[in-house]
Design a protein. Structure first.
Length: 184
């Protein structure tokens, strides 16, 4: 409700979000193109423009269910109000925005790049949905799976949260860094 009020969004729609600099590497264009097939869902594109020409192109070609919000504060509010986090990125190291979404309990749909798949290696459980990078049809298929009322999101949500807590909390990361530097 807070998110709907904050951005004056229509009610009774699934809310998807993506949080990243708006640049071709993050491929918000693919996410926006996919949203044309899902008029009963909204996409919030959150992040500052890192390429003004690309941002203007997205603004010009976006359907009415896509909101380009620019840089925002209170990202936790955006995550907590979202039903699905999307990333179509072509490259990530440690995908911090994905970890933040998972820590907030938001299921994630991610491109199948090494940075995203590295998170999958941390858990025996299913922690996200994945699609072939740059594939509009694969992305739309996974969104359809997510929207299926019989799909069990709770298992993914819980597994992802537990993986973040165990492997990527500030305490776990500090211990991992300490082990690298001390050799222990």
């Amino acid at each position: 409700a807070a998110l709907i009020k904050r951005f004056d969004l229509p009610e009774d729609k699934k809310i998807f979000c993506t949080i990243a600099r708006v640049v071709p590497l993050k491929d918000q264009r693919l996410l926006i193109e996919a949203m044309k097939a899902f008029p009963k869902a909204l996409l919030l594109v959150v992040g500052p423009s890192g390429n003004d020409e690309y941002y203007e192109e997205l603004e010009k070609n976006r359907p009415s269910n896509v909101y380009l919000l620019g840089g925002q504060s209170k990202i936790d509010e955006i995550l907590k109000g979202s039903d699905l986090f999307l990333s179509a990125s072509h490259h990530e190291g440690i995908p911090i925005s994905v970890l933040e979404a998972q820590a907030a309990g938001v299921p994630c749909l991610l491109s199948d790049i090494p940075g995203h798949l590295t998170l999958k290696e941390s858990s025996q459980e299913r922690i996200a949905l994945y699609f072939k990078m740059k594939s509009l049809s694969a992305l739309k298929n996974e969104i359809n799976q997510f929207l299926n009322p019989d799909f069990n999101l709770e298992e993914i949500r819980e597994s992802a949260y537990n993986m973040v807590k165990q492997d990527y909390s500030s305490k776990a990361m500090a211990l991992n860094y300490q082990a690298v530097y001390t050799g222990k």
